[in-house]
Write a protein that binds this ligand. Structure first.
Ligand code: N01
Length: 546
């Protein structure tokens, strides 16, 4: 751990510890931010982490089938060539333990752990206008201070457990996928009910079905999914990747979503039906999120989108043997990729198993959880275990839950009561010296996350370096620039089909009572990076610095 300079405290008070910067969260973003501030700027930094280990999202998400949806060779850091050359992935889409292993490898390699305090949950943070610093309180009552507070708490880390009446009476066990027990859950001989068919549920169901006596999947919204086509990474793949990393990262940074492949420049409507089908077939056979890049206008034009949606609908009908079940599994209320597209390993095939049943919650909504299972409007389903694959209070939840109070005691939860208001997704007015890595209003979840994280961490590090060089103590987003950015975030979303999916968590629609605001920046990663760079070059245009 860093040796903090302890400040004087009145008798009886907990000792205060002062740092240049406090980082919250030891996932991809926190680890890199710690390295940059400590090892490049030479700051006195501490990283506070609620969990007993590092990994962030990957520490908590240990549900059956949990693996990455981006391909391993680019779901990793790009900032250190040696690490890049030393590490090898075993699978095209690594499973959660391998990602944790990677993050531990990086943390050890950079000697980060000595400045990470595990099992240290931040319960509140408040800004002191007199000293231009943050007071950060932990669960144990300790108060730490720092000039800068940087949240690295992830976008999908606040579990959304629906308030189903009667859950407290359930005699079996229930779990949320994002808070999965480390010892695992044995489904052998059990009747399992899984609620939710997003990316998580689609990964989990096939694995649970293999082990459980019976699986009932409770589906509220049918989803599109593309086969992942997972498999081992070969020695040739590793060699190729290592030799081409510069190009891989160049391409990833130049794109819309931070993936190292480009979007086809062609419209789905510019080719013959046969040619279009051939292109989709090839993308389907290759698997993965790249399917979305088959044509330029899949997310721009309703008709073009319809061609991709229809292709997947047809695939569902081909795979699922029972036509009534296939109908239930076929999405009709939104277009492909207007919600985050899942990728899967035998998801639709799972519904051909004798021990799997699909329940359409649109036809028979859940009424209550009973002692023995789940009762819908039609009948009661007897269950031993309920798995909530019901997602997260995304983007804003993890930040608002930190109980942050900015200048004049202004609460973040009030500032964002009608939806997040953040300039570039990096800072909010009245919250000086607080930076939010991959915060709402930045590309974040629309992007390959490590790339988005590195861009934010680099920008924040340069910003702090420039402030220190200029002898400044305080930086805060201007209200006007923030309002303009929020308007631009809306404009960018409205230039796509993304806001059309009314049940999307991008809009906060999955959490009852959450304002419906499109939260991530949909204008593209490369464009966003260039805006951030211009802002910094223009003397941090839109920020008040003093
Ligand atoms: O969560 P989701 P997720 N009653 O919100 C349903 C990332 N991720 O954990 O669509 C009944 O997508 C809900 O229904 P509806 C990825 O970015 C990454 O699956 O709201 N059902 C939906 O079906 C992903 O998008 C990876 O109508 C309820 C499901 O629960 C994001 O995490 C792997 C309900 C929730 O789907 C979130 O995915 C997995 C209720 N009250 C996830 N409330 C990797 O890359 C919600 N639902 C490894």
């Amino acid at each position: 751990m860093a040796t903090p300079s302890s400040t004087e405290s009145a008798a009886g008070e907990s000792p205060r510890q002062a740092y240049d910067a406090i980082i919250i969260g030891a996932g991809f973003s926190g680890l890199y931010q710690l390295h940059k501030l400590r090892d490049e700027l030479g700051l006195d930094v501490v990283l506070l982490e609620k969990a007993d280990g590092i990994g962030g999202t990957w520490y908590w998400n240990r549900y059956p089938g949990a693996r990455c949806d981006s391909e391993s060779y680019y779901y990793c850091y790009s900032f250190n060539k040696e690490i890049e050359q030393e590490w090898s992935w075993s699978e095209r889409y690594p499973e959660h333990p391998e990602i944790r292993k990677y993050l531990n490898f990086v943390a050890d390699r950079l000697d980060l752990k000595r400045d990470i305090r595990l099992a240290t949950e931040v319960t509140s943070a408040s800004f002191d206008d007199g000293t231009n610093s943050w007071n950060v309180t932990t669960r144990s009552g300790e108060v730490l201070t720092a000039s800068f507070l940087i949240t690295a708490v992830g976008c999908l880390s606040s579990a959304n457990v629906p308030k189903l009446p009667g859950l407290e009476n359930f005699k079996g066990d229930w779990y949320h996928t994002g808070l999965w027990p480390h010892e695992g859950v044995d489904f052998t001989g059990k009747r399992v009910g899984q609620i939710g068919t997003g990316s998580t549920g689609i990964q989990a169901a096939p694995v649970i079905a293999e082990q459980a006596k019976h699986l009932t999947v409770f589906q509220r919204t049918a989803n599109y999914s593309i086969p992942a086509r997972n498999g081992p990474v070969t020695a040739d793949d590793i060699k190729h990747t290592r030799e081409n990393y510069d190009d891989i990262w160049r391409q990833a940074r130049a794109g819309t979503n931070g993936h190292p492949f480009s979007m086809s420049p062609r419209s789905a409507l510019s080719v013959s039906d046969q040619e279009r089908d051939d292109i989709y077939e090839e993308a389907w056979a290759r698997g993965g999120l790249r399917f979305r890049a088959s044509f330029a206008d899949i997310l721009q034009d309703v008709k073009a989108n319809g061609t991709a949606s229809d292709f997947i609908r047809q695939k569902i009908r081909e795979v699922v043997k029972d036509s009534a079940v296939a109908d239930m599994l076929t999405p009709h209320d939104h277009g492909f990729a207007t919600k985050r597209p899942p990728i899967d390993t035998f998801y639709f095939e799972t519904f051909n198993r004798d021990n799997v049943q699909l329940v359409d919650l649109k036809a028979e909504p859940i009424v209550e959880v009973t002692a023995n299972g789940i009762r819908t409007a039609s009948k009661e389903y007897d269950l031993d275990i309920i798995v909530f694959a019901t997602g997260f209070d995304a983007l804003t939840g993890p930040l608002v839950n930190l109980n942050i109070r900015g200048s004049g005691g202004y609460a973040l939860k009030d500032a964002w009561s009608a939806g997040p208001r953040a300039y570039l997704g990096l800072q909010s007015p009245k919250f000086p010296n607080l930076f939010t890595i991959t915060g709402p209003g930045s590309p974040s979840v629309l992007c390959n996350m490590p790339i988005a994280i590195e861009q934010h961490v680099d920008w924040i590090t340069n910003c702090i370096r420039d402030m220190r060089a200029d002898g400044l103590e305080r930086i805060e987003a201007e209200p006007e620039s923030t309002e303009k950015w929020v308007a631009h975030v809306n404009e960018a979303a409205n230039a796509t089909l993304l806001p059309m999916a009314s049940s999307s968590w991008y809009l906060g629609a999955n959490v009852p009572g959450k304002p419906r605001v499109f939260m991530p920046y949909a204008g593209g990663f490369a464009r966003y990076t260039s805006i951030c760079n211009d802002v910094a070059r223009d003397g941090y245009r839109g920020f008040l610095r003093s």
